[in-house]
Structure formats: C-alpha cells, structure tokens
Write a protein that binds this ligand. Structure first.
Ligand SMILES: [Zn+2]
Ligand SMILES: [Zn+2]
Length: 329
C-alpha cells in the first residue's frame, strides 16, 4: 500500500490530497481546529498559500518511558499493549507544517519511517531540554555528508544553553559534529526571548522541571495568524511566566499531563494541576475563541486513551494521540 501524502500544505500532490485514504491509514487521522468542519472546504483550503493553514502533527505523545512503558506490566501498560491503536504512545515530538520540529528524541527514526516524513525538509528544530526522551543528539549526527547522498538545506537548532553545549561537545561515545558538513547552526536560547525565523515568530519561557541546571524551556510559535503554545515537561509556572503569556492569545495550548492520578512531583502536571492551568487560561482570557487545549506527554499513570478522553473531553480538553494531525485554518 502506498503511503498517503501527509503534506496537505505543500508538495506535488497538494490538489489530489485524499482525506478518505488518510483515514484508512491506521493510526493517522486528520482532524480540524478552528471552525473547520467540512472535508470539501478543507481540500479547497489546502490549495491556498502556506501561512493560511498551519498543520500540527503529533509524532509522539508519550512520557519518557513511552506508553506502554518499555519494561512495565502494570494494568494500564498491559491494556495499552492489548488494545493497541491510540493507546500506544512514542516519546513526545511535534512537527508543525513540514519545516518546524519540537524536540528530536529516541523515536525520531521510527516516526519518520512510520509516517513517511522527509526530515531533510525540517528547517527549524527547537529543543525543550536535555532529558533523553526529548534530546537524542545522535539524530543530528546522521546529517553528516557521509550518511546521505543528497544535499541538505541548513537546519537551525535552538535550545537551552545546556543542550547546545552537548551538541558542541558530545559525549565520547558519539562522533563530533562538523556543523558545516551537517548543515547545522546552533543557537542558545534564554527564557523570555523572542526571535523570528520566517515565517514564524518564537517566544521562550522557563519551564518548571526540577533540577535547575537543565534550563528547561517551553515555547510558543506564531505564524502571523495562529499562535500555538508547546509546553511539555513543566509543572506549575511562576507568576512571571503567566505575565509573559498574558501578552498573547492562543489558538492551541499543548500542555504536559504526564502524571495522571499520581503526584505531579513539581516538574510535571497531573490531572488536577493540568485542569487548574486550563481554568486559568480560560478565566484570564488567554485563549482565542474556539481554541484547543490539549493534554500531551502522557504516562502510564494515566488511564489508556479512551478512558482519558472520557475524563477530559467533557471538560473541553482534547487528548493528544500519536498520529493526530490538526489543521488550523
Ligand atoms: Zn519528557
Ligand atoms: Zn506501566
């Protein structure tokens, strides 16, 4: 079976994009954000210039150990193994359009094969922090010219200083990175920064993720029309973060909901602290009308997908799953 075209925003098959085929393709589904409802309109809108639409593709939606956790036989993990489908979660990564990637963890190669991704088209990569479910430096080593037969456009990498430091001085078991040869530029980001990389504008915020030396960040991205907040691996924020967020209104908020019924441990959210943040976003007017609020980075401390959906969707929260694709109009 031929892989469907996963790039409705661009590419040669733009006008032939067939939603029905995509729906047949296992775990991959297309859903619509904003006011988008009709398939016919959707297909028409796909022909508009880039920037009109923004595509969010959830490549992985699990916590550090994956779901089911690699070596766990708890009831949730066993149920996920038995049921498969949306209950299976690889480590969290988000691809926006085809050129902007949030994190590159240990499952990047697996998702690239699963979904037929052209990773060479990613121009901007934002790392949130050093934890290895988000940052697997060997992914970038495969950009070296000896590992590819075709030229590469430049990839601009952004991340906290600790991440950039590891890329500049990788551990002894990894080869060094020749930045020119691998077509990479490395850029340290401090919290509360703003910078532009056409057609996007980025904002960084300090995450609350335990040990301070990790300098964990989370980000928002604005394309001139849609503003998306991507906040994994963070617990409750300081007031200074809320003040920075209050300068914006978001169309999509993607928030850590790692811990489910367990205690959040401070560096993540559980169900109760997640819903507190959701209420504050709504009550403080930080969400645009029709905004999506999405639970992400989900561990086996949460029930499997369908039961988590039963818990959260009545409250207006969408639960991410691997392969979820949102088209914002
Ligand atoms: Zn994580
Ligand atoms: Zn488990």
């Amino acid at each position: 079976m031929q892989a469907p075209n996963l790039y409705p925003n661009s590419g040669p098959n733009l006008r032939n994009f067939d939603l029905t085929k995509l729906k047949e393709y296992g775990n991959m589904m297309v859903e619509y954000g904003g006011n988008y409802q009709k398939v016919t309109n959707f297909t028409k809108r796909c022909c508009l210039d880039k920037g009109e639409l923004m595509r969010l593709f959830f490549l992985g939606t699990g916590a550090a150990e994956g779901y089911p956790a690699l070596f766990c036989e708890c009831a949730n993990c066993q149920e996920a193994r038995a049921l498969g489908g949306r209950n299976l979660r690889l480590r969290s990564m988000l691809l926006i359009n085809e050129d902007l990637l949030f994190d590159a963890g240990p499952d990047l190669g697996a998702v690239a094969m699963r979904y037929g991704l052209q990773l060479s088209r990613v121009r901007i990569l934002l790392f949130t922090h050093l934890d290895d479910d988000h940052f697997c430096p060997s992914n970038l080593m495969w950009r070296a010219s000896e590992n590819r037969l075709t030229p590469l456009p430049l990839l601009k990498v952004f991340g906290p200083p600790a991440v950039i430091e590891v890329l500049l001085n990788p551990p002894a078991y990894l080869p060094g990175l020749d930045l020119d040869d691998a077509r990479l530029s490395l850029n340290s980001v401090k919290p509360f920064s703003m910078w532009r990389e056409d057609p996007y504008c980025f904002y960084s915020y300090p995450a609350q993720h335990g040990r301070g030396e990790k300098d964990a960040l989370f980000y928002s991205v604005y394309d001139g029309k849609h503003h998306v907040l991507y906040a994994v691996d963070t617990g409750p924020w300081a007031e200074s973060v809320w003040q920075a967020l209050a300068k914006h209104k978001f169309d999509v908020v993607i928030l850590d909901e790692t811990m489910g019924y367990e205690s959040s441990g401070g560096g993540h959210h559980n169900l109760s602290s997640f819903l507190e943040v959701y209420r504050r976003f709504r009550n403080s007017g930080l969400l645009r009308e029709g905004a999506l609020f999405i639970a992400h980075h989900i561990s086996h401390s949460n029930p499997p997908h369908d039961r988590l959906v039963e818990l959260l969707e009545p409250q207006g929260v969408k639960v991410a799953y691997d392969g979820m694709c949102l088209i914002l109009d």
